[in-house]
Design a protein around this ligand. Structure first.
Ligand SMILES: [Zn+2]
Ligand SMILES: [Zn+2]
Length: 291
């Protein structure tokens, strides 16, 4: 049922064969879902303790870059300068920026200001000004391991509505993460996030989602941030994925720039915010790897 060979090593890192360790408890935990037709993760989505350690090392680089950006980002700074800092710090740490040349993306990170939902392209011409809110999204590859995270930055005196959007979006991310429990469907995450957005009259972006990450940039499972009663993949210990809700002040609907093919903006021009962490499912709940 669980897609691990009985004679393979158990996913928990004990060194024993699967049949001698977690096989029985996994079967008990997953039985009900399998019968109901929920997708069960493939073996390659269950990472070993060594692989998880590799992702944690990668995450240390991502966190250090974000912490440096916390001090660096202010009024008058160009998004190109942000991109340069991300590139230089990643290089110095022996890492690679996953964004660069990913499907021909031209820069090393994404910088998304105000009504830009995500995938904004850093530019010399784009200067941060008082009152802006900006998301910086980075993915570091270190020794082949990926860590993906983003934060919001508020420039100078930000209007109350923008500040509230940034804070509620962070709450959406953290509450979504807090819904992670092994042997539950991934849709638990989006259901919690959508409730908080609804309470505030905000729209939850549907066109973009969280994703498995770690050995590759984008993997299963698909982590939707909106409410769904579809049968989504069951979370099991050893899975690593992102939770990265994009929350709009207005409608959830978005459009992609026809000029650059990347920049996603809100359909109604309203503000958008996003926070992102890379998270591990554990036997008791979760661990945030980019914290
Ligand atoms: Zn990201
Ligand atoms: Zn991501």
């Amino acid at each position: 049922m669980f897609k691990i060979g009985r004679n393979d090593k158990c996913w928990c890192g004990c060194g024993k064969k699967y049949k001698q360790c977690h096989e029985r408890s996994d079967e008990e935990n997953l039985k009900e879902y399998v019968e109901k037709g929920y997708p069960i993760p493939d073996r390659h989505l269950i990472l070993s303790p060594e692989q998880i350690q590799g992702i944690k090392e990668s995450a240390k680089v991502s966190i250090a870059i974000m912490d440096a950006l916390d001090k660096f980002i202010k009024e008058g700074v160009s998004t190109e300068a942000i991109d340069r800092l991300v590139y230089e710090m990643t290089e110095d740490a022996g890492g690679i920026c996953a964004d660069y040349k990913y499907e021909d993306f031209p820069k090393h990170c994404c910088t998304s200001i105000n009504n830009v939902v995500c995938h904004g392209i850093p530019s010399e011409r784009e200067i941060l000004k008082n009152g802006d809110i900006v998301n910086v999204d980075i993915t570091t590859i270190l020794n082949g391991y990926y860590s993906d995270m983003s934060r919001m930055y508020m420039i100078g005196q930000v209007p109350d509505n923008a500040k509230k959007l940034v804070e509620v979006t962070k709450k959406c991310m953290l509450s979504g993460i807090d819904a992670i429990k092994p042997y539950r469907p991934v849709s638990d995450i989006g259901n919690v996030i959508n409730d908080i957005a609804d309470e505030n009259g905000y729209g939850v972006v549907r066109a973009l989602c969280g994703h498995g990450v770690g050995l590759k940039f984008h993997e299963d499972p698909v982590v939707n941030h909106y409410r769904t009663d579809r049968k989504t993949m069951i979370m099991v210990p050893g899975m690593v994925f992102t939770v990265e809700p994009m929350i709009n002040e207005g409608t959830w609907d978005c459009k992609v720039s026809s000029e650059d093919g990347w920049t996603v903006t809100t359909a109604d021009g309203s503000l958008s915010a996003q926070w992102e962490h890379t998270v591990l499912v554990t036997e008791s709940g979760y661990e945030i790897l980019t914290l």
